[in-house]
Design a protein. Structure first.
Length: 157
């Protein structure tokens, strides 16, 4: 279509069409970009370091308690010592930068010394010495399957 005044092609319709498409697509591109940015910032949960400190098996070999250190997060990082109780069939699996089947029943600061001791097939003691006066300690009285009773012993200096 040509402009009747100066006999030039009229691109105004095409410009409005392209502007309309960009207006419709822009929110989706923005949301997708924000999601990527948030996922990148939250990646510290997925890119973590795990180190097994000790494992102990219940007397009947049905459960395994694992004491491990979990850390990550870069400059403003985090670190905690955790205890997980899993069935012998669904053991805690820790590989580089990933963890499978976490059933954490206890966590405390990284510098704490944590030990587990089975008292019976369905009862254990977790003893710990908190060297940093932790801001947060999490203690459950039963494991996730609600079959193992847990007692805690906090050691003092």
């Amino acid at each position: 279509m040509k402009n009747q005044i100066d006999n030039q092609p009229n691109y105004l319709g095409i410009k409005f069409f392209i502007l309309g498409v960009l207006t419709a697509v822009a929110p989706f591109v923005t949301i997708f970009g924000l999601k990527l940015a948030i996922d990148h910032l939250m990646a510290s949960d997925h890119i973590s370091n795990y180190k097994v400190i000790s494992t102990s098996t219940s007397p009947d070999h049905d459960f395994v308690a694992t004491v491990y250190i979990s850390s990550g997060g870069g400059a403003a990082g985090w670190c905690s010592t955790r205890v997980s109780i899993n069935t012998s069939l669904a053991k805690l699996e820790i590989t580089e930068n990933s963890i499978k089947n976490p059933k954490d029943i206890f966590f405390v600061s990284c510098s704490s010394k944590v030990e587990t001791k089975w008292l019976s097939n369905r009862s254990m003691t977790i003893s710990f010495k908190d060297l940093e006066e932790s801001i947060s300690i999490s203690k459950m009285k039963l494991d996730m399957s609600r079959q193992v009773k847990i007692k805690y012993l906090e050691k003092v200096n």
